[in-house]
Design a protein around this ligand. Structure first.
Ligand SMILES: Cc1cc2nc3c(=O)[nH]c(=O)nc-3n(C[C@H](O)[C@H](O)[C@H](O)COP(=O)(O)OP(=O)(O)OC[C@H]3O[C@@H](n4cnc5c(N)ncnc54)[C@H](O)[C@@H]3O)c2cc1C
Ligand SMILES: Cc1cc2nc3c(=O)[nH]c(=O)nc-3n(C[C@H](O)[C@H](O)[C@H](O)COP(=O)(O)O)c2cc1C
Length: 501
């Protein structure tokens, strides 16, 4: 009997060993490219695009996201020394600067060069994401390319500069360097997601006291099953031209807007098609050439102000006012032109750098105006964690900037409701209440001791809203109060997260 047991144990151990070896063999086969060329993919991304591309490549090339994909700030000289090929996918942020998760890299390379390090064995390619609307187009991508040349690495190709990357319309193949051999990329993993549609169910003006900078809270329900998203994610909204603009354009160019046109399998009137298109002053196309030639309006990103468990998608949109009676395209569409009940096209974009907040540590949320959207989603996520999942959460402190403290204003009622249910501390800065305007950075300075106390207890700082003005002032104040070194340390620990635009 004892002998039989020993035989069974030996055979079981042998079988387990064989299964383990088989799995390693399969994994090696799958990771063929990594094994053959030691390819590393690295990204620097502020709002998730570059990171999503990096992950799509990893998936398409059967590489492991854990082993082969790394944020640029975590890429060491040792990592670079031990691979043959590196693919950089980096966006540009601020005024031609690095995204927060890539801002240590250039210095790291420069230090290595000072220490006479050479990376002559290494070949690289840079895919740079940017927007030609900014003066320093793809500046950080070019800086990364130059740094790699400086350290002796060999480029596979010139910088591939991608303007206004959009997951819906930009295929991987169109931005892939030739040496990656896109034919090998699995077709299904490079396909874009199908478009998502949302019905506007409510629109609420949050600051009726303001003549400009109006803030609207919009609520949508999904057409079809509600997709899932997390606090910190964005939605890319497809704007529409105002009806009057389309009609005027049709008249000026003598097209019949009521004519039905079938395009890519859908039929609707020409004016409905043109609502989503750029309408240039000079246009000589025939009616049947229009849809092939007029570019679709660029989508605009919005922070989602709710979590998917709530079953509704909320946005907080600031109406951008231009000349008299003219508004920004997307904010005007959402705040004014799109009626309650209308269907809006919007694609959720996951921003995983915003997901990594530990719900059990203290959280300091800082923002102003439309930044409330991203902050509210974080508050809702914690409330869900606490009440629905019955898990302990760390305290939340909201530091928020608005104009007017009047308690009957919807925005202030809204903040009070948040405070009563989910906040340990609410500090508001009102810019129009006293002779001297008060902003969120002033609260940070006034509450320096409390800020340091929370940080010593492991707090995460999360900032949401405009970069110019609020975001920059808060950043500079934090440097003054904590020092650049401490702020960099917090950033590396993912305890200083900027969701600013
Ligand atoms: C990550 C992120 C999160 C955001 N979250 C919010 C939020 O929660 N709430 C909020 O109110 N706003 C948010 N914004 C700002 C928002 O995306 C819009 O910029 C803002 O609403 C103004 O857009 P508009 O279309 O009304 O104005 P427009 O002036 O029509 O457009 C604004 C921007 O779109 C681009 N653009 C305009 N025309 C063109 C064109 N022809 N081709 C290419 N690009 C063009 C330009 O960059 C322009 O500056 C966020 C922005 C980002 C990047
Ligand atoms: C606040 C802000 C600043 C930006 N600054 C620049 C810039 O200076 N130069 C540029 O080419 N693109 C700039 N962009 C555009 C981004 O690089 C582009 O949207 C890119 O797709 C973002 O990729 P990510 O999601 O990986 O961060 C900026 C975008 C934002 C939101």
């Amino acid at each position: 009997m004892e002998n039989l047991l020993t035989i069974i144990v030996v055979i079981s151990v042998w079988l387990l060993f064989c299964v383990a070896m088989w799995r390693i063999h399969i994994a090696r086969q799958r990771n063929n490219i990594s094994a053959d060329t030691s390819l590393l993919i690295t990204y620097a991304s502020q709002t998730g695009n570059a990171q999503a591309i990096a992950n799509r490549y990893a998936q398409a090339l059967h590489l492991s996201e854990m082993a082969n994909v790394v944020a640029l700030n975590h890429l060491s000289i040792e990592n670079l020394s031990s691979v043959d090929q590196v693919l950089f996918i980096v966006s540009t942020y601020g005024d031609g600067e690095a995204p927060d998760n890539g801002n240590l890299f250039i210095k790291r390379i420069q230090n290595a060069i000072k220490n006479t390090v050479k990376l002559n064995h290494l070949k690289f390619s840079v895919i740079a994401l940017g927007d030609t609307g900014y003066p320093k187009f793809c500046a950080f991508g070019y800086q990364v390319h130059q740094s790699m040349l400086d350290i002796g690495s060999e480029p596979n190709n010139e910088v591939i500069a991608v303007d206004k990357y959009n997951e819906q319309t930009t295929t991987l193949a169109s931005i892939t360097p030739r040496w990656l051999n896109i034919q090998e990329v699995n077709e299904t993993s490079t396909k874009t997601n199908s478009p998502q549609y949302w019905q506007l169910t409510e629109r609420l003006l949050l600051n009726p006291d303001c003549d400009d900078e109006k803030l609207f809270q919009l609520t949508f329900t999904s057409i079809g099953p509600t997709p899932s998203w997390q606090a910190g994610d964005l939605i890319d909204i497809q704007p529409h031209q105002p009806k009057a603009v389309v009609n005027q354009w049709l008249q000026a160019h003598q097209y019949d807007g009521t004519q039905l046109l079938t395009y890519q399998g859908h039929q609707q009137s020409l004016s409905a098609w043109l609502a989503m298109r750029e309408l240039p002053n000079n246009c000589t196309y025939s009616i049947n050439e229009l849809l092939d030639n007029l570019p679709t309006l660029t989508t605009r990103s919005y922070s989602i102000a709710s979590i998917s468990e709530q079953g509704q998608l909320q946005l907080i949109v600031r109406l951008l006012e231009k000349e008299e009676n003219s508004f920004g395209l997307a904010s005007g569409y959402l705040s004014n032109n799109c009626s309650v009940g209308a269907i809006v096209q919007g694609q959720i974009r996951s921003v995983s750098t915003h997901h990594q907040i530990d719900n059990t540590v203290p959280l300091i949320l800082i923002g102003a105006g439309s930044g409330l959207a991203g902050l509210k989603a974080q508050i809702d996520a914690r409330a869900y964690f606490k009440t629905k999942l019955n898990k302990p959460t760390g305290p939340t402190w909201l530091i928020f900037g608005e104009r007017n403290s009047h308690s009957q204003l919807p925005i202030n009622k809204y903040l009070l409701t948040l405070e009563e249910s989910n906040l340990a501390k609410l500090s508001c800065a009102y810019s129009q209440d006293s002779k001297q305007a008060k902003y969120v950075q002033h609260i940070l300075a006034d509450e320096e001791a409390m800020l340091k106390q929370w940080l010593s207890e492991g707090a995460v700082i999360y900032i949401c809203g405009c970069l110019s003005g609020m975001g920059e002032s808060v950043h500079n104040t934090l440097i003054e109060l904590l020092g650049q070194e401490k702020l960099t340390e917090l950033q590396c620990q993912q305890r200083y997260i900027r969701d600013v635009y």
